[in-house]
Design a protein around this ligand. Structure first.
Ligand SMILES: O=C(O)CCC(=O)C(=O)O
Ligand SMILES: [Fe+2]
Length: 259
């Protein structure tokens, strides 16, 4: 898989850009200048995002012809494995919340039907051959909008998670992490906290080496309220509406509009 990812991300910029999904979404190829979590910070990442409905049918159809067989087979293998793991996690989390085992699964019917917004994302952080501008990061600080996120860090460090005391903690390489997203944060009444996380540019030799990560975002049924009705909310909205506002806040073009 790593070889396949390298091969895709090594293509020329204008070739990769052909694999972008529709405007205003993060589908398909995510170029370096598409996403920014802080208007004052440069972010040095590119990525590729596939919806769970793409599991059986890779979108942006020419991609497979560019990639080795391992990459073509990856989504079909990865989605079911992540779905099984997610199903077990949902049961355990439901019980931890004092609910029946299927409490969270019932909020993720689209996910189990291979529909909705759950997705698989691969991030590539290139070697920093020239010194990046001051204030640069590999991925800006943010919380995920998912229910939870399964993150494979790859074999390079750089990912940091902010703990409850507000201190940044380094995540060691070669880890599989489960991070609560904002839907679980609110649905659990903050029993599970969605942490702020970011990827820093290493200050050692790892700065000159690519970092790859694989991330699976498990998202709730789109029509569900983003926060339970009992939490004070100026304008109640569905998870889908919340996700749209997240995209409009963080896609770089919107910063440019606001600046
Ligand atoms: O690539 C990483 O390690 C983290 C990326 C991330 O937080 C995200 O894609 O939401
Ligand atoms: Fe994230």
């Amino acid at each position: 898989m790593i070889a396949a990812k390298k091969k895709f991300f090594a293509l020329n910029d204008d070739v990769k850009r052909q694999y972008q999904g529709p405007a205003g979404t993060l589908l398909g190829y995510i170029p370096f200048d598409k996403e920014r979590y802080n208007p004052n910070t440069y972010e040095v990442h590119e990525g590729f995002l596939m919806l769970s409905e793409d599991e059986d049918n890779l979108p942006y159809s020419q991609i497979p012809s560019l990639l080795p067989a391992a990459a073509k087979a990856f989504p079909a293998k990865a989605f079911p494995a992540f779905r099984d793991l997610s199903s077990n996690l949902m049961s355990a989390l439901s019980v931890a919340l004092g609910q029946g085992k299927d409490y969270l699964a019932r909020m993720h019917q689209e996910f189990f039907a291979k529909k909705g917004y759950s997705c698989l994302r691969v991030n590539h952080f290139p070697p920093m051959e020239i010194l990046p501008p001051p204030n640069s990061v590999r991925f800006g600080a943010h919380k995920d909008v998912s229910t939870f996120t399964i993150l494979m860090t790859g074999d390079k460090g750089g990912l940091q998670i902010c703990n409850r005391a507000g201190a940044w903690m380094d995540v060691p390489p070669n880890k599989l992490l489960v991070i609560a997203g904002q839907f679980l944060h609110f649905t659990s009444h903050e029993k599970f906290i969605a942490p702020v996380h970011r990827v820093m540019i290493p200050d050692n030799a790892d700065r000159d080496i690519s970092r790859f990560s694989i991330i699976f975002f498990i998202c709730p049924d789109a029509h569900l309220p983003y926060r339970p009705a009992c939490i004070e909310e100026p304008e109640p909205c569905t998870w889908k509406d919340y996700y749209s506002s997240f995209l409009s806040d963080y896609l770089t073009k919107n910063y440019q509009k606001k600046e």
